[in-house]
Ligand binder design. Structure first.
Ligand code: HEM
Length: 328
C-alpha cells in the first residue's frame, strides 16, 4: 500500500481531465505538465498579491511582477500556438471531422447579434478560464471527499455496493468496462457523497460582488462600489438550514429526503453567474469517485499532522495530506 499526497494527485488528475476536454488532440504530456506548472505558479503569486496586498511593494522591488508577467506570456504563447494550429487544421480543404472538444465549440460559436466568431484574444481568454476555473475547484472537492471517505469507510462500501449491482446487470464481457453516461443515474450514492463533501468543504467558500449602483437592503444603505462577500461556507454549516451540520451525511441529497432550503446550498454559486461547468464537474467527480473506489481501498495515512483547511481563493487542505491507496 502506497501513501500519496491527496491534493497533489487530485490536482494532476483534474488538470488532465479539463486540458483534454478543452484541447483534446493537441498537447503532449510534457507540454501539459508545463501548462499546469505555469498556471499553478502564476495563480499562487496573484493570490498572495490579493490576500497580502501589503507585500506588493516588496514584490515589485524584487521583480516578482515582471517575472510572473513573463510566465503569463509564456503560457499565452503556448496556448496560442495550439489554437492557431487547430485553426489551420480546420481550414484544410480535406479536413476530417473536427475534434469533439471545448476548443472546437469555442471556434465554431458565433455571436448572436453580429454573427462573428471570437477573436484570437477572446478564444485564448476563454480557453484559459476553462483550464483555471475547471480544475482547482474539482480537485479540492475530490480531495475533501477522499478525506471524508477515509474517515467513513461505510460510505465507501455503500458506493461500492451500488457499483457492484450496476456491474452485475451488464451484459457478458462488459464487467470491466468504464462507466457509461447512461449508467450514472443508477449510481447516485457517489454523486450524493460528492454533493455532501462540497457542502462541508465548498471549494468556492466565498464569492465576491461589487455594488454597481447605490442600493439598500433591509434598511442598510449600500453605496456604489461596496465590496460584498457571500460566505458560502457559513451558509453550508448554518444550524438553521441543516440538521447535524458538521456531520458527513450524503443521504441528505438522496431522492425522497427533506428538500433542501432554497439558497442554503450554493457550491456552484447562483443566478446569472452560476458556474458554467456545474454539470461537467458533477459528472467528472461522480466518475472519478466511482472508478477510484472500484479499483482502490482508500485509507488516511495514520500518524499525520491534523488536517486543516486553508481558505485561499478556494478551500484546500493546508499543506496537503497523505492517503493510502491499495489496489483491490
Ligand atoms: C467542483 C467544481 C466547481 C465548483 C465548486 C465551481 C464553483 C463555481 C462558482 C461558485 C462560480 C461562481 C462564482 C461567482 O459567482 O463569483 C463558478 C463560476 C464559473 N465556473 Fe465553476 N466550479 C467548478 C467547476 C468548474 C468547471 C469544471 C468549469 C469549466 C469546465 C468551471 C467554469 C466556470 C466558469 C467559466 C465560471 C464563470 C461563469 C460566469 O461568470 O458566467 N467551473 N464556478
Amino acid at each position: 500500500m502506497v501513501g500519496v499526497p491527496a491534493h497533489e494527485l487530485m490536482t494532476q488528475l483534474t488538470f488532465r481531465i479539463i486540458a483534454r476536454s478543452v484541447f483534446s488532440t493537441n498537447f503532449s504530456g510534457a507540454e501539459l505538465d508545463r501548462v499546469a506548472r505555469l498556471i499553478t505558479e502564476i495563480q499562487a503569486f496573484y493570490v498572495r498579491t490579493i490576500r497580502q496586498p501589503y507585500l506588493n511593494p516588496w514584490f515589485r522591488l524584487r521583480g516578482r511582477f515582471r517575472y510572473h508577467d513573463q510566465l503569463t506570456q509564456e503560457l499565452r504563447t503556448l496556448l496560442s500556438r495550439h489554437i492557431a494550429a487547430r485553426r489551420r487544421e480546420n481550414d484544410l480543404p480535406a479536413a476530417t471531422t473536427p475534434p469533439d472538444d471545448l476548443l472546437q465549440m469555442l471556434l465554431d460559436v458565433r455571436y448572436e447579434d453580429t454573427g462573428l466568431p471570437m477573436t484570437d484574444e477572446q478564444l485564448l481568454d476563454e480557453a484559459l478560464i476553462l483550464l483555471i476555473a475547471g480544475h482547482e475547484t474539482s480537485a479540492n472537492a475530490l480531495t475533501w471527499l477522499l478525506y471524508l471517505l477515509g474517515q467513513h469507510p461505510a460510505e465507501a462500501e455503500a458506493i461500492r455496493a451500488e457499483t457492484a449491482a450496476v456491474l452485475a446487470s451488464r451484459g457478458a464481457g462488459q464487467a470491466s468496462a468504464t462507466f457509461a453516461f447512461e449508467e450514472l443515474p443508477r449510481l447516485g450514492r457517489a454523486l450524493q457523497a460528492v454533493q455532501e463533501a462540497m457542502r462541508l468543504y465548498p471549494p468556492a467558500w466565498m464569492v465576491d460582488r461589487v455594488a454597481l449602483a447605490d442600493d439598500e437592503y433591509q434598511g442598510l444603505r449600500i453605496p456604489k462600489g461596496t465590496l460584498f462577500s457571500l460566505y458560502i461556507y457559513g451558509l453550508h454549516h448554518a444550524p438553521r438550514h441543516w440538521q447535524q451540520p458538521t456531520e458527513f451525511q450524503p443521504q441528505r441529497f438522496a431522492p425522497g429526503q427533506t428538500p433542501l432550503v432554497p439558497g442554503a446550498y450554493l457550491p456552484f454559486g447562483g443566478g446569472p453567474r452560476l458556474c458554467i461547468g456545474m454539470q461537467f464537474a458533477l459528472t467528472e467527480m461522480q466518475l472519478v469517485t466511482l472508478e477510484l473506489l472500484r479499483h482502490f481501498e482508500v485509507e488516511l495515512e495514520p500518524n499525520q499532522p491534523v488536517i486543516l483547511t486553508q481558505p485561499l481563493i478556494t478551500l484546500r487542505p493546508k499543506g496537503d495530506f497523505q492517503v493510502r491507496l491499495r489496489l483491490r
